[in-house]
Design a protein. Sequence first.
Length: 235
Amino acid sequence: MASKAKTDVKVQVLKGQDAENKVLDYIKRINRPYGAVDISANLKGAVPKTAAQKILLALAEKGEVTQKTYGKATFFVANQNSVDALPEHKVKALAEETEALTESNKALTAEVKAASAELVRIRSVPTDTELASQIDEAESKVAKLRAHLEPLRAGTPLVSPAELDALDAEWTMWRTEWIRRKKVFYDFWALVSDPLSPFDAIELAEDLGIEYDTPEHLELERGPLCTPAHASKRR
């Protein structure tokens, strides 16, 4: 297979008036600030950097371009008085075109927004595969729940009498321990708080982070779960 020969296109280097005309024409046509290095690069080396700098300085002396220095960088821009102004009808046409493009851009923005919202909605909807997986999972959960309900429907006790007795014994043990510790606390707290005023006692309890029984706790203590009759009935 024959290889294609690469041909390098050489740019003709301009000199003298041709180089000056090229630089001036470019800077007027673009009509924006440029340095000598940028202009030489944009002209593909047709005017070398050193020559472009000299030409720009000469054009600045002639008033063809305006020279601005920012720190160590120097920029040149076409003298706006020498730049051809657009006729009024072209300016009007450009204004109308700009307005039309602005309205078109608004419409396109609204379409993009609506399409994005629709995409979000579509992505939030499960796929057929995901739906099938979710249905299988739901059916599996339903089957497990139904299997769990079968003993209840058949009247089979879920907890044996021995297990109930063990639970009652453990409940009685820990409640007795709680009552004992509660009595120890109140005895000790009476010794500490008796010399204090009610306000100081309350303040000390808050500083120590002491929490008393809530109304729910008191209600539970008065309920059937904690009465001696309940315990004897369970036995």
